[in-house]
Design a protein around this ligand. Structure first.
Ligand code: MN
Length: 442
C-alpha cells in the first residue's frame, strides 16, 4: 500500500497559480488523470493531468520529451486516446510519472517553460470516458444501503444471510457508461403497478440515482491467477465518482432471481478525472468490523488491510431541477457521507472478484455500490432518502421530489480533507434526465 512521500507534502507550491485557489479540487498533491481535447474541436483525444484550472497535455509533454526514463515512457503511454496502455504499465510507471509531474510543476522547476507550453485550460476542454472499459462490475459494499433497500423490497428479510461474508456484485453494462455531462433518455420497460395482476410496458416512473465510487483496474491478472489481498491495490489505477442511475420500478419486477438487468444498463455516469490511490494515501483509515459481526474470511483479510484498508472520501449528492435552474437557485444538497463507512473495501472487491480465477484487465471498472452511511440523511439514493417514495424531499422554491423528473440534473462531488494534508477533490460527475423517447408501447 502506497506510503506518504514528497508528492504529498502539504507545503508544496506550484508555479500554476490556480492550484492554490481556496477550495480547488486539483492542487499539486492530487494530479488526477483524464482523457480530453479542446471543446468542439476535432483534435485527437489524449491523456491529461489536472493542476489547478489547467490540464497538462500528456501528448504534448511526450512530444517535447519533457520527462525521461520510466516517467517519459508513462507519459507516452498516457498520450493515447484511452488510458488503458498507461494503466497496463503498472504502479511503478504511475508513481514515476506522478513524481516527475510533481517536481516539474513545483515553483522553480527547470521544466516550467516546457510544461507551460503543454497546458490547456479546463474551461476550454471536453472529456471522454478515460478507458476502454472491457468489463464493468457493480458491487454492493454499503451494509446500510443493503439493509435500507432490503427492508423496502423484502420487509420480513432485509439483509440476506450471505451479506456479511461475501462481497455481493453483478456484471453490469459497459457500453452505456458516459462521462460527466451525459444526458440520457428516461428508460422504458416492464413494471408491475401496485396491486396489479399483470405488468405494463412504459416509461420508468421511479428513476433514481446511486452515489458510488468507480475503481479503475490498472495492471490485470492472468486467467486462473487470483490476486491476494496484500497485492490487490497494486492492481488499482485509481478512483472516480460514479452515478449508477436506476429504474426502481423496473428493478423491483425483474431482479429475481438473477439480479439487476435493464433497470441499470441504460446509463451510468462517471467523473472524467481518476484520482490515483497514491494521491489518496493521506486519507487511509483502518478497516474495522462492528462489534459482533464476523471477521472476513482469511483470503479477504491481512494486517496491512486492517490497519489502512479503508479510505475517508467525503461524498455529496446535489439536485438541480429545471425550475430551480430558471429561478437561478443553487443545486440542493440531498446527502453527505463518506466512503469510510463501506462494509467491503476496494482491496476486498479486487481479491474477491479474482478468487475464482477471473481475470481483470486494464481499464475494467468496479462500482462500489451505493455508498449510504449509517444514518438515513447519509443515504446515497432517493429510494432510501424518501422511504421508498413515501416522504418527498423538499427543494428550494417549494418543489418536492420522490424520484427524478425530466430535466433534473444530479451532481456528485467527492473530496478529502484533514489537518496536515492538502485537500484534494474529484471534480464533478453530472448527468441529466431527458424525456422518454416515445409514448408507452402497448
Ligand atoms: Mn449500483
Amino acid at each position: 500500500m502506497p506510503l506518504l512521500n514528497e508528492t504529498h507534502d502539504p507545503a508544496l507550491r506550484s508555479w500554476v497559480a490556480s492550484a492554490h485557489r481556496a477550495g480547488t479540487d486539483f492542487p499539486i498533491q492530487n494530479l488526477p488523470f483524464a482523457v480530453f481535447r479542446r471543446k468542439g474541436s476535432l483534435e485527437a483525444w489524449r491523456g491529461g493531468v489536472a493542476i489547478g484550472d489547467q490540464i497538462v497535455d500528456l501528448a504534448a509533454a511526450a512530444a517535447l520529451a519533457v520527462f525521461d526514463g520510466p516517467a517519459g515512457m508513462a507519459a507516452l503511454a498516457g498520450s493515447q486516446d484511452k488510458l488503458n496502455a498507461l494503466m497496463a504499465r503498472g504502479q511503478p510507471a504511475w508513481r514515476a510519472l506522478r513524481l516527475a509531474l510533481s517536481r516539474g510543476l513545483r515553483e522553480g522547476a527547470a521544466e516550467q517553460r516546457q510544461l507551460q507550453a503543454c497546458l490547456v485550460p479546463q474551461a476550454e476542454a471536453e472529456y471522454d470516458v478515460p478507458a476502454r472499459i472491457g468489463d464493468y462490475t457493480d458491487f454492493y459494499t454499503s451494509v446500510h444501503h443493503a439493509t435500507n433497500i432490503g427492508r423496502l423490497f423484502r420487509p420480513d428479510n432485509p439483509l440476506l444471510p450471505n451479506y456479511k461474508w461475501v462481497p455481493i456484485g453483478y456484471h453490469g453494462r459497459a457500453s452505456s457508461i458516459g462521462v460527466s455531462g451525459q444526458a440520457f433518455r428516461r428508460p422504458q420497460g416492464q413494471t408491475l403497478p401496485p396491486g396489479a395482476a399483470q405488468p405494463v410496458a412504459g416509461p420508468c416512473k421511479r428513476l433514481d440515482i446511486e452515489l458510488e465510487l468507480g475503481v479503475f483496474i490498472g495492471e490485470g491478472n492472468a486467467l486462473g491467477g487470483p490476486v491476494a489481498i496484500a497485492q490487490a491495490e497494486d492492481h488499482v489505477f485509481g478512483i472516480c465518482l460514479l452515478n449508477d442511475w436506476s429504474a426502481r420500478d423496473i428493478q423491483a419486477w425483474e431482479y429475481q432471481p438473477l439480479g439487476p438487468f435493464l433497470s441499470k444498463s441504460f446509463a451510468t455516469t462517471i467523473s472524467p478525472w481518476i484520482v490515483t490511490l497514491e494521491a489518496l494515501a493521506p486519507y487511509r483509515a483502518p478497516f474495522q468490523r462492528p462489534e459482533g459481526d464476523p471477521q472476513p474470511l482469511p483470503y479477504l483479510d491481512c494486517a496491512a488491510h486492517r490497519e489502512a484498508g479503508s479510505l475517508d472520501i467525503q461524498l455529496q449528492v446535489e439536485l438541480l431541477t429545471p425550475r430551480m435552474r430558471e429561478a437561478g437557485h443553487a443545486p440542493a444538497t440531498l446527502c453527505r457521507t463518506s466512503y469510510r463507512h463501506a462494509y467491503w473495501t476496494l482491496a476486498q472487491m479486487v481479491t474477491h472478484h479474482t478468487v475464482n480465477g477471473c481475470n481483470l484487465q486494464p481499464g475494467d471498472l468496479l462500482g462500489s455500490g451505493t455508498l449510504s452511511g449509517p444514518t438515513l440523511d447519509q443515504a446515497g439514493a432517493l429510494i432510501e432518502l424518501t422511504g421508498g417514495g413515501k416522504q418527498p424531499v423538499a427543494l428550494p422554491g417549494g418543489e418536492q421530489r420522490t424520484f427524478l423528473e425530466d430535466g433534473d440534473s444530479v451532481v456528485l462531488r467527492g473530496w478529502c480533507e484533514k489537518p496536515g494534508a492538502a485537500r484534494i477533490g474529484f471534480g464533478l460527475c453530472e448527468g441529466t434526465v431527458l424525456p422518454a423517447l416515445q409514448a408507452p408501447q402497448r
